[in-house]
Design a protein around this ligand. Structure first.
Ligand code: ZN
Length: 258
């Protein structure tokens, strides 16, 4: 067995011990959780899909307000990938831990609905969801499923069935404020937990990246599983730099059946 494998095994063992003793665990997930489901992380440079345009510009609130058709054209290939994506082993393991009442809340930075597809119930979506769109004129809500086939084939901006106005996906674009309710719910969950598991997030996007500090300040344990180091690795009880889709199922298996 290689030294790295031994180190990861030891770290998984420590994570299992902490989780077994936890009563209220909260998970914070980011883009790294969905890459194993084929959804590219647009902060990882050079992936073809994101390379054509600058996401910070084209997926910003100001671009959307002025040129929604540009946003929708850019988003078309990614939307196809996201709506076809299936939850991976990490999503399923987190859902099983929630079912076992070990995980109480999943806070996610993802908008891809994969936690819900995996069966998770208590999901706080910090950056919104692609499941619905809201009319920018009359605020009528539309399920994505209604306009998806036409949009995926044409790339045209979907319009409101009631008033013809432009529909905006219910996701937080760059330059857009986080909605107050999920933010307050996430803060409350972090203050009340005794274990914070960070999974597939590099903790680079504020203000969500600050949430684990709330848990730490209340004396909660922190476990971080991410390919790249985060600013909090030095303060974590366990930090595993590895693939969430193999590490989280390994932890769940031992916690649930070990
Ligand atoms: Zn409308």
């Amino acid at each position: 067995m290689s030294r790295i494998t031994t180190q990861v095994d030891a770290a998984v063992g420590m994570a299992v011990e902490i989780m077994r003793h936890s009563r209220v665990a909260v998970v914070l997930t980011g883009a790294g959780l969905s890459t194993a489901s084929g959804i590219p992380d647009f902060r990882s440079q050079g992936t073809g899909l994101w390379a054509r345009d600058e996401p910070l510009e084209v997926a910003s609130l100001s671009t959307f307000r002025e040129h929604p058709e540009r946003f929708f054209r850019w988003f078309q290939p990614l939307a196809g990938q996201i709506f076809a994506a299936r939850p991976n082993a990490a999503h399923l393991a987190l859902a099983a831990l929630e079912q076992a009442m070990i995980i109480r809340t999943i806070i996610t930075q993802n908008v891809d609905m994969l936690h819900q597809k995996a069966g998770s119930q208590n999901v706080i979506e910090m950056h919104g969801t692609l499941a619905t769109l809201t009319c920018t004129e009359c605020f009528h809500k539309t399920d994505s499923a209604e306009c998806l086939p036409d949009y995926l084939s044409s790339g045209r901006a979907p319009t409101c069935r009631r008033c013809g106005g432009t529909l905006k996906p219910d996701v937080i674009l760059f330059g857009e404020q986080l909605p107050a309710t999920p933010w307050q719910q996430a803060q409350a969950a972090c203050r009340a937990c005794d274990l914070m598991l960070v999974a597939g997030s590099s903790l680079e996007v504020l203000p969500v990246a600050r949430l684990p500090m709330l848990a730490l300040d209340r004396g909660a344990h922190v476990i971080i599983i991410n390919q790249a180091p985060t600013y909090l690795n030095v303060r974590a009880d366990v930090a595993i730099m590895g693939d969430v889709a193999s590490v989280i199922p390994a932890i769940a298996e031992q916690v649930l059946h070990g």
